[in-house]
Design a protein around this ligand. Structure first.
Ligand SMILES: [Cu+2]
Length: 180
């Protein structure tokens, strides 16, 4: 009984993963949490077809007012909290930059702006974020930082890797959405 339940669970998981990967329109969602700040929120991604831009919408609360670095990081590994999300997602081995820079990590969103109540709510479109293919961001992590990303212009060694955005305020794993 236990064995067959395990098989059924594995089969369901594989079927779900294939459905997510094969759908023409792919949607993903990340729920951001934190063990060190009050920040929480949701980031949603939709790519209508393989070469279409990806629409990203986020609704994050509990931030300090002002600018916060916002990136896709390489891993969706919460075993050590946000710290085990690793560096920025950078499949083309580029230097860190702003969202419109020529040289940038795929995961470089730049900054999000929290209002006086600590809320950050926005929609954007990205040509570099993919939900299809080998550089899909599904399974990777998204992080909002305590500090502002200098977009690679800060003139320090960290500027070219992290943008000096400071500690990780909240993070979430980018997973297949329940219904596409
Ligand atoms: Cu980051």
């Amino acid at each position: 009984m236990r064995f067959s339940a395990t098989i059924a669970c594995a089969a369901t998981f594989i079927a779900s993963a294939l459905a997510c990967a094969d759908a023409k329109s792919v949607s993903a969602v990340a729920y951001l949490t934190s063990t060190t700040t009050n920040a929480t929120g949701t980031v949603r991604f939709t790519q209508e077809r393989k070469n279409a831009p990806t629409v990203v919408s986020y609704n994050i609360t509990g931030l300090a007012p002002g600018q916060h670095g916002f990136h896709i990081h390489q891993f969706g590994d919460l075993s050590g909290g946000c710290l085990t999300f690793g560096p920025h997602f950078n499949p083309f081995n580029e230097t860190h930059g702003g969202p419109d820079a020529e040289h940038r990590h795929v995961g470089d969103f730049g900054n999000i702006s929290a209002d006086a109540d600590g809320n950050a709510l926005f929609n954007l479109t990205s040509k570099s974020i993919k939900l299809h293919g080998r550089n899909s961001v599904i399974g990777r992590g998204i992080v909002v930082h305590v500090g502002e990303d200098d977009l690679g212009l800060g003139g320090s060694p960290l500027s070219n890797t992290t943008g000096n955005a400071g500690d990780r305020a909240a993070c979430g794993i980018i997973g297949c959405k329940l219904y596409n």
